[in-house]
Design a protein around this ligand. Structure first.
Ligand SMILES: Cc1cc2nc3c(=O)[nH]c(=O)nc-3n(C[C@H](O)[C@H](O)[C@H](O)COP(=O)(O)OP(=O)(O)OC[C@H]3O[C@@H](n4cnc5c(N)ncnc54)[C@H](O)[C@@H]3O)c2cc1C
Length: 436
């Protein structure tokens, strides 16, 4: 069956963060046009292969949905996007984190900003975020749920094919997301749709993933976390060149390696690097980044003078969690810098002090891989040179728009990816509205 509707039809593929926000913006705009007695009939059709909207939004932030960030300064905000910062400038000014917060609060979702500036619904329930969007888009939007769009082409309008029907639309927004967490429906279909309409696609890579280490000791430290570390990843890009990626932030040991916001950010910065047991990368962790190296050496000596009778591994717990002190003690024994676990702090010589400080401020780990299939976002997508940042319209195919993770945009953890989806979806909705 081929359904051609009278008036203008706007089709949105993808009922995730970007698609829902675009539909909500359009629905509210169309409603106000209708109230002004506009005779134009405008329809929105939204397709999603799931049986409900916002599958990924609901599971985001561990179900709590880190909806945006409390960073108000747009320049600072954009520092959190390894790819897409410049492109997002207009969209972020147009629908900034403060405006996103205002939007949800005025749609009956009270929010809270945590100490680290992550913003969540007060209910800690991502379903409330999706519920507000559903309510806003509902009056005008015809939902096609459990509907997998299989093919897109363009003649005078866009021809959208599903298993059941073919729909023609005047405007098309591709908001199909990336290809991370494929079980949520985001399987990268939008890349093929964009290509069918004349676009290219950049290389794709996992971003925001945990790291797997060669060393076994993270297993003994699993669950041990740090609120502030400084980590550096040295990537041997060629036999003669080494790239260094550095980031400050929280870190947690896992059974297989390391994770947490600082690791996620570093994995995003190094998204296009290859990690394997054959091509490992060296990670260095500074557990006390607030102390200079000399300050740490002095503190170690000061503590050794004060607690000279304490066993070496116990005296280190002034600086570090007990389990990490034990690991460091074992490494020092293996390196033959420490003769035994029972050695007393007061017996520490200059070399042992230096090596201990090195392990506290440059703890070495060999990264052999990323946790497979567990990345939060996809780096890469529709190249930003092919899309107008002021409207989100394709520069290649008129009346085609993109929003969200399908674009070559990705941010760090902390609400930045949803913020990019809200802002680009809102701008796409607004731009289409100004065209119809
Ligand atoms: C576990 C996890 C936790 C996260 N937590 C956070 C967080 O707390 N804060 C944050 O900022 N970011 C978070 N992110 C990232 C963020 O959720 C995504 O970047 C964001 O949801 C992307 O939005 P989107 O609308 O572009 O795509 P998506 O939300 O992925 O939506 C795309 C939609 O398109 C549909 N679709 C795809 N292809 C088709 C097709 N052929 N036919 C029909 N429908 C189709 C899919 O079913 C899907 O519903 C998290 C990601 C994951 C995986």
């Amino acid at each position: 069956m081929n359904t051609r509707t009278s008036g203008k039809t706007i089709a949105i593929i993808g009922g995730g963060a970007a698609g829902m926000m675009a539909a909500a913006r359009l629905a509210e705009g169309i409603k106000s046009l209708q109230e002004k007695n506009s005779t134009q009939e405008i329809k929105i059709v939204l397709f999603d292969k799931n049986d409900h909207l916002g599958a990924k939004v609901i599971i985001s932030g561990g179900g709590r949905c880190n909806v945006t960030t409390g960073i108000a300064d747009i320049k600072k905000l954009l520092e959190n996007y390894p790819r897409g910062a410049k492109f997002l400038r207009t969209a972020m000014h147009n629908f900034s984190p403060s405006k996103v917060m205002e939007w949800f609060e005025s749609h009956s979702v009270p929010l809270k900003t945590e100490e680290d500036l992550r913003v969540f619904p007060q209910s800690d329930n991502g379903k409330d975020i999706v519920g507000a969007l559903e309510k806003a888009l509902a009056p005008i939007t015809k939902l096609h749920l459990r509907t997998n769009v299989t093919n897109i082409s363009k003649r005078t309008g866009f021809i959208i094919q599903t298993k059941k029907e073919t729909i023609t639309a005047d405007y098309l927004l591709i908001a199909t997301g990336g290809s991370a967490y494929r079980q949520t429906g985001s399987t990268g279909d939008g890349y093929a749709f964009a290509q069918a309409l004349g676009h290219t696609i950049t290389g794709l890579a996992p971003s925001l993933s945990s790291f797997i280490t060669k060393e076994p000791y993270p297993k003994d430290l699993a669950g041990v976390s740090f609120t502030q570390t400084e980590i550096t990843l040295a990537s041997n890009t060629s036999p003669t060149e080494t790239k260094h990626f550095t980031r400050k932030g929280p870190l947690v040991f896992t059974h297989r390696g390391v994770s947490g916001p600082a690791i996620f950010a570093l994995s995003g910065m190094a998204a296009y690097e290859t990690f394997s047991p054959e091509k490992p990368h060296q990670l260095s962790i500074n557990f006390v980044p607030k102390l200079s190296h000399t300050e740490l050496l002095n503190k170690l000596q000061e503590q050794a003078n004060l607690h000279g009778k304490k066993e070496f591994k116990n005296f280190l717990d002034i600086f570090l969690p007990k389990s990490l002190c034990e690991v460091i003690t074992h490494i020092l024994i293996k390196q033959k810098k420490l003769t035994s676990e029972d050695m007393h702090a007061g017996q520490m010589n200059a070399e042992l002090k230096k090596e201990t400080a090195k392990l506290i401020q440059a703890f070495p780990l060999t990264i052999t891989g990323r946790s497979p299939g567990e990345e939060f976002v996809t780096a890469g997508g529709v190249p930003l040179t092919e899309v107008d940042p002021n409207t989100m319209e394709s520069k290649i195919c008129p009346n085609l728009y993109f929003a969200g993770e399908v674009l070559d945009i990705d941010g760090f953890t902390g609400g930045f990816n949803l913020q990019a989806s809200w802002a680009s979806g809102y701008l796409a909705g607004e731009s289409i509205l100004s065209q119809v």
